[in-house]
Design a protein around this ligand. Structure first.
Ligand code: ATP
Ligand code: MG
Length: 180
């Protein structure tokens, strides 16, 4: 059950289309070693760009305007490595090369947010898709390479529920000039 009293936390993210999602799920299955690790369900797979935390509605409106003003071009990203963070117990898919275009998009979002008075710590983004939570050990090694051409980013609200994280996409922005 969703807790209606909970305002939810906002973050900017990119969401895979059905093709990328299917490839990520296949990869996730192939690396599984720990039966206790919780796979992230397909609809929840994403890459966080900027995390904003809990925000009220006037702030949310201002945040939407920041995103609307951003000019960006298609970002490309190659997912070609699996990582394990022992402290947070997550297994993720990431990129050896990183993505200059996604970093630029995140930097522009931070810049816009600072302009409207947000004091959030700017973190260099390590683009990654969390595949498992509560993982006690490293996953199996399994090579893949997923080329992801990013044409949209979105503002998402997350809420806690007994069934795990519930994400609601509030708005999507496409590459400048693209009509979607
Ligand atoms: P839950 O916390 O309910 O288990 P979740 O971590 O997916 O699920 P949130 O904590 O709201 O939900 O986080 C939303 C997204 O933002 C996730 O991708 C999460 O990894 C990322 N995130 C959360 N906290 C931070 C933070 N302090 N800095 C950067 N990214 C964060
Ligand atoms: Mg969290």
């Amino acid at each position: 059950m969703l807790d209606r009293a909970e305002p939810g936390r906002l973050f900017f993210a990119i969401w895979p289309d059905s093709t990328i999602r299917a490839r990520l799920l296949e990869w996730s299955e192939a690396i599984r070693t720990d039966p206790g690790a919780r796979p992230v369900p397909g609809p929840n797979l994403h890459i966080t760009l900027v995390f904003l935390g809990a925000q009220d509605s006037p702030q949310t409106e201002a945040v939407r305007r920041v995103a609307t003003e951003i000019t960006w071009s298609r970002a490309s990203l190659v997912l070609d490595r699996i990582g394990y963070w022992k402290r947070s117990r997550i297994i993720w898919a990431g990129s050896r090369e990183g993505s200059a275009s996604l970093s630029a998009l995140a930097a522009d979002l931070y810049k816009g947010l600072r302009r409207i008075g947000f004091r959030i710590e700017e973190r260099p983004i390590v683009p990654h898709v969390t595949l498992y939570r509560k993982a006690q050990r490293r996953p199996k090694w399994c090579e893949r390479s997923i080329e992801w051409s990013v044409e949209q980013f979105c503002l998402v609200k997350s809420r806690l529920s007994s069934a795990g994280a519930q994400y609601e996409v509030l708005e999507r922005w496409s590459v400048s000039g693209d009509v979607k």
